[in-house]
Ligand binder design. Structure first.
Ligand code: C2E
Ligand code: MG
Ligand code: MG
Ligand code: MG
Length: 281
């Protein structure tokens, strides 16, 4: 964080930067403690097909902050700690925990026919994917839990494209060879051009919530969503829309040819017990 002046080699500290540094060091300690202390929890948001059947779930991490006086559990949102985890490198142990937890859950669900075919999507940060041994880590996790790699889907974002793209493609090919599924999350919000759709070996495109949100009111967003769906389908990719909140949005997406859906219209992210109830009733 210190700025070095090239000419006289003095180091200038900005007090604000030092404060940031202390903050992130505190966060680092809190994180390390939280992983050891099992303070993280996965919520699961169901994904549906047109027939309103649950075909998968997205695992979304939460940080337990204890109960308030009324006994209500409080959680810290991933929006507030994933960026810090990414900056500090703690996304690696945290991401390992998420993968392990998802695999353990899949192994448990495997015992029950109602859950047998469920696919679990996990969010993967660019830094995780950049690890040289990432694909081997995945393989080790599914073998340890004796689950089928086809039941694990990795949600990556266009931020992964900031690295060398041909390296990325090779890595994704290897991951797919192992049987894992890959989804391109938040599609349309990143820097990538549509030409990556053709080059990237992904199975699924996930249309970002921001486009779905205005699909009924903003005709240009509607046109864009329709175009993304058409293009993806022509490339043989599956398409899922995130952030579906109303039946009107759902109908319009179906009309556009979208086959899979996720959003508050169906369910918010659920605690494990709530998801189990949903599937079993
Ligand atoms: P994301 O992967 O795009 O996940 C979708 C987010 O949209 C989730 O927020 C979800 O709760 C929210 N959402 C789903 N349906 C609706 C809807 O109909 N309306 C609205 N307004 N929101 C909806 P969440 O759980 O707060 O997660 C935020 C982001 O944090 C995720 O965005 C993902 O990028 C990141 N994240 C979550 N869990 C993990 C994780 O385990 N690892 C990593 N690296 N990132 C994670
Ligand atoms: Mg996601
Ligand atoms: Mg998303
Ligand atoms: Mg999003």
């Amino acid at each position: 964080r210190a700025k070095t002046d090239g000419r006289n080699r003095t180091v200038v500290f900005d007090p604000r930067m030092q404060e940031d540094l202390m903050q992130s060091q505190k966060m680092l300690q809190a994180f390390t403690h939280a992983i050891k202390n099992n303070e993280f929890e996965l919520f699961y948001q169901p994904q549906y097909n047109k027939d309103h059947q649950v075909i998968g779930v997205e695992a979304l991490i939460r940080w337990q902050k204890g109960k308030d006086l009324a006994g209500v559990e409080h959680y810290l949102s991933p929006i507030d700690f994933i960026p810090v985890a990414e900056e500090t490198g703690l996304i690696i142990p945290l991401g390992d925990w998420v993968i392990e937890q998802a695999c353990a859950q899949l192994a448990q669900w495997q015992q029950d026919p109602a859950f047998e075919n469920l696919v679990v999507s996990v969010n993967i940060s660019a830094k995780q994917l950049a690890q040289a041994d990432f694909s081997d880590k995945l393989l080790a996790a599914v073998s340890a839990y004796k689950i089928n790699s086809r039941q694990l889907k990795l949600e990556i974002t266009e931020s992964c494209l900031l690295q060398n793209v041909s390296d990325l493609i090779n890595k994704l090919l290897k991951i797919k060879e192992y049987g894992f599924k890959i989804s391109l999350d938040d599609f349309g919000t990143g820097y990538s051009s549509l030409s990556y759709l053709k080059r990237l070996p992904v199975d699924e495109i996930k249309i970002d919530r921001s486009f779905v949100r205005d699909i009924m009111t903003d005709e240009s967003d509607a046109i864009m969503v329709k175009a993304i769906i058409d293009l993806s389908r022509n490339f043989g990719l599956e398409v899922i829309a995130e952030g579906v909140e109303t039946s009107e949005q759902l109908d319009r997406l179906i009309e556009f040819g979208c086959a899979f859906f996720q959003g508050y219209y169906f369910n918010k992210p659920l605690k494990l017990s709530e998801l189990n109830n949903l599937i079993l009733t």
